[in-house]
Ligand binder design. Structure first.
Ligand SMILES: [Mn+2]
Length: 293
């Protein structure tokens, strides 16, 4: 039986590696302030790290861990939203500056805003591939613009090209804002009725991408442990297929997996989220245009 108190991604297999030798730098960020329905996402990062101890190194095709996986100390979750986002922005900037790939683990979707701020400083065309049940495009929600329901608003306002996948819950504000800003979308109903288009992303989509993956984009039968579950979501291999299409031939500047809210005694969701993180690492290792790490 492997210890469940290990704090590094796959630490049971990899030990504590030298960060300079690691392509993937995992940033745990269990921030949870604006959750509007079920809570518990503060515990998401540790649940993913614990579940990762049970992954096989071989992902079915290759050994993504060969590229090195280093886990940073967690971003403190008990401070203000602004202080948390500043810490996340600094951590993501530091990882990108050292030519590594940040892997942000939430926490509520607001944590992605810290990453978006770091990305905007790069001042290059950036595509955001956004998996989610929700459009998250509001300018404010419950009195705050740092709500999980506003996460992607920040990305659009930063000038990034956003492509939303799997959405099936929108406010009227989201709908109008999408239209006004020409946000790309492939909603869950369109996926169901027409299948996955090929190519998935528009031909002029930026070469540099950041993937933000809210686990509620998946169907609740795949990951029930999330605060605002919606029926009719993506199934596992649909998600893998579209991740692969997004990553292939592009440079992945970073990615996040957010909104896991672990349910005590139910570890299937935690493990699925850990598997999702590791599979994305594998796809980046094999199919992206990222330099060798
Ligand atoms: Mn969501």
């Amino acid at each position: 039986m492997k210890s469940t108190s290990l704090n590094g991604f796959l630490e049971a297999e990899l030990g504590k590696p030298d960060p300079d030798q690691c392509l993937f730098h995992v940033i745990p960020a269990g921030f949870e302030k604006s959750v509007s329905y079920g809570g518990g996402t503060a515990l998401g990062p540790q649940a993913i790290l614990t579940a990762s101890q049970y992954l096989e190194l071989y992902d079915g095709v290759s050994v993504p861990a060969d590229r090195g996986i280093y886990t940073l100390p967690p971003i403190p979750g008990d401070q203000s939203a602004e202080d948390t986002l500043s810490d996340i922005e600094a951590a993501v900037t530091s990882v990108i500056t050292s030519k590594k790939i940040p892997v942000l683990l939430g926490g509520e979707h607001t944590v992605s805003v810290g990453a978006f701020r770091a990305l905007s400083k790069l001042d290059i065309p950036m595509g955001i591939v956004h998996f989610d049940a929700h459009a998250d495009l509001r300018d404010t929600y419950e009195g705050s613009n740092l709500s999980h329901a506003c996460a992607l608003h920040h990305a659009v306002e930063a000038g990034f090209t956003v492509f939303q996948i799997g959405v099936r819950s929108l406010s009227t504000y989201d709908v109008a804002y999408r239209e006004k800003k020409s946000v790309h979308c492939l909603d869950a109903w369109d996926l169901f009725s027409k299948g996955i288009p090929s190519p998935l992303l528009p031909s002029d989509f930026p070469e540099n991408i950041y993937i933000t993956f809210d686990v509620d984009g998946l169907d609740p039968s795949v990951i029930p442990a999330t605060g605002t579950p919606e029926p009719g979501g993506l199934f596992w291999f649909q998600a893998m297929d579209m991740l692969l299409s997004s990553i292939t031939g592009r440079k992945v500047v970073g990615f996040d997996v957010v909104e896991l809210a672990p349910i005590p005694g139910h570890h299937a969701s935690d493990f699925a989220a850990a598997r999702l993180v590791y599979n994305i690492m594998g796809m980046i290792s094999r199919h992206s245009r990222n330099p060798q790490g």
